[in-house]
Design a protein. Structure first.
Length: 242
């Protein structure tokens, strides 16, 4: 870019301006400046589009089929009607002592469209209602349930078991449980050693994973629901097929 040097009417000053305007150095700087400006504008446009897309993904969050199935099992509701969310809100508060709005549940279960993002504290309450420590832990199991790969020898998907199949679960310090699959993600405890679970208890679980806690969404004893239970919180469990 040209710079004025000397008096405005001085021919020498005019000559300097002309030479400066034609300077290859200044043309190069101008070209770099224009190129950088175009790049900056393009970056801002792409970033804005990405931000809007991310917000759209977050705001349209709904429960996955895995989480919805767990809620159906826990609440004994099929969620075909929005009124089931009223019962679910009461049951969550009864189990956890925490209140979640009915409209929040309707939004997460797909009954209403709403662009508000659920708070992580709300998701943590739902996770605890289902027997998980928090939403992050539940998300790990959710991701496993959606895997395209076959389960490994380190994991058992309960729905794939045959009725009558028996498992042995052990965890520190000296706990051991023998149980038999009776269908619909439920097991009957056959033998229990140093565990809070007792023989003839019926428990509901969906996954058994080596070195992970055993997450029991419901324990039923003598026909009465005792709520959720987690075995092996500190170091996980080990299992073997009997």
């Amino acid at each position: 870019m040209a710079r004025m040097v000397g008096a405005r009417n001085d021919p020498k000053a005019i000559k300097v301006v002309i030479l400066s305007a034609n300077s290859p150095f200044d043309d190069a700087k101008l070209g770099i400046y224009l190129l950088f400006s175009k790049f900056l504008v393009l970056f801002l446009v792409v970033f804005q589009e990405f931000s809007l897309s991310l917000q759209k993904i977050q705001f349209t969050m709904k429960f996955s089929p895995y989480v919805t199935d767990l809620l159906k099992q826990k609440s004994n509701r099929d969620f075909r009607l929005s009124g089931d969310c009223d019962y679910l809100a009461l049951d969550i508060e009864s189990v956890t002592g925490e209140h979640i709005g009915v409209n929040t549940l309707k939004r997460l279960l797909g009954f209403i469209d709403d662009e508000r993002e659920p708070r992580i504290s709300t998701l943590d309450v739902i996770a605890r209602y289902l027997g998980f420590d928090n939403w992050d832990v539940l998300s790990v199991y959710d991701a496993r349930s959606n895997s395209f790969f076959e389960p490994s020898t380190e994991e058992i998907r309960v729905s794939s078991l045959a009725i009558g199949q028996r498992l042995q679960i052990s965890y520190l310090p000296d706990r051991q449980i023998d149980m038999e699959y009776i269908g619909e993600n439920r097991f009957r405890i056959l033998k229990s050693m140093n565990s809070k679970l007792k023989a003839n208890d019926e428990i509901t679980i969906t996954h058994v994973v080596q070195s992970y806690p055993l997450l029991v969404s419901e324990v039923v004893r003598d026909g009465k629901s005792l709520g959720s239970f987690t075995a092996g919180k500190a170091q996980g469990i080990r299992f073997k097929i009997l």
